[in-house]
Design a protein. Structure first.
Length: 278
């Protein structure tokens, strides 16, 4: 899903950060750095300044290299800031942030830290509920993860990446994804998904109050996040456009050109049309 401007996130508490440049060994257009925000080391990548800005949140269990295929194209239209969310990719974890609502509040702090003014936002997978919660704050408890702790993290990530249908992940991208969840990082990141059971009913009640225009993109045969979820959002968000693409779960990888086209069309006026349509 793709969330757009007019976010009511204003007057947030001061966000504290420091920056560290990270080495890169590939010819990727994505150059990563680390910035400390609210005491956590957050990996990010940034493109050249432009009048329009956009924040990109990486999906699970991947990293900001998810956007490598479309980075150069999107950067022609907006100043991009892509981040690995806390506990995902190569960003530091804080257990208290592993719910959609808490992560949504953190993303508001990230927006402040980078000085972004009414940015567009792209949030596939776990980024969808996070961005919807960026405008509405709530707190819930998390279930136990003890039964999952014996899982081999690399095998866990590979089992999810097996659902990429067409795109052949470059070696450096696959290694970035897999290495991002070594040790306990894979099982601990699952806290976020398990919290959906209590987070999403709360979000459902809040959907009609979200005035931010939203571009919804789903794979028409996604076996994990079923397309009916897109139908559900489409029927409840006041201002939205809904597109199904010929893909499974990893639409941003398997149909990257079409995915990027939908984003760019939205940035270039689609969100304004969605406001006028209701």
């Amino acid at each position: 899903m793709h969330l757009l401007p007019n976010s009511p996130i204003v007057n947030r508490p001061e966000t504290h950060f420091k920056e560290l440049v990270m080495a890169t060994t590939t010819s990727s257009p994505i150059k990563t750095k680390a910035r400390t925000i609210d005491g956590l080391s957050i990996r990010y990548a940034e493109s050249a300044p432009r009048e329009v800005s956009a924040i990109l949140l990486s999906p699970w269990p991947e990293s900001l290299y998810t956007f490598e295929q479309m980075w150069s194209r999107l950067a022609e239209h907006a100043h991009l800031v892509a981040i690995d969310l806390p506990g995902f990719g190569h960003s530091e974890r804080k257990d208290e942030l592993l719910t959609s609502s808490a992560m949504g509040e953190f993303v508001a702090h990230v927006i402040d830290a980078f000085g972004l003014k009414q940015p567009h936002a792209v949030g596939p997978d776990i980024g969808t509920s996070t961005l919807l919660f960026t405008a509405v704050k709530d707190v819930i408890d998390m279930p136990s993860l003890e039964p999952l702790r014996k899982m081999n993290p690399r095998e866990g990530v590979e089992s999810v990446l097996a659902f990429v249908e067409r795109y052949k992940l470059p070696d450096h991208v696959r290694e970035d994804f897999v290495s991002a969840y070594e040790g306990d990082r894979f099982v601990e990141s699952i806290r976020f998904l398990r919290a959906y059971k209590t987070e999403l009913p709360k979000l459902s009640e809040l959907l009609p109050t979200i005035e931010t225009p939203v571009q919804i993109i789903t794979g028409d045969h996604d076996p994990g996040v079923l397309p009916v979820n897109g139908d559900y959002l489409h029927g409840r968000l006041p201002h939205n456009k809904f597109d199904k693409v010929n893909a499974g779960h990893f639409a941003w990888a398997d149909v990257a050109d079409e995915y990027a086209n939908l984003i760019i069309e939205w940035w270039e006026g689609g969100y304004e049309r969605s406001l006028r349509s209701k």
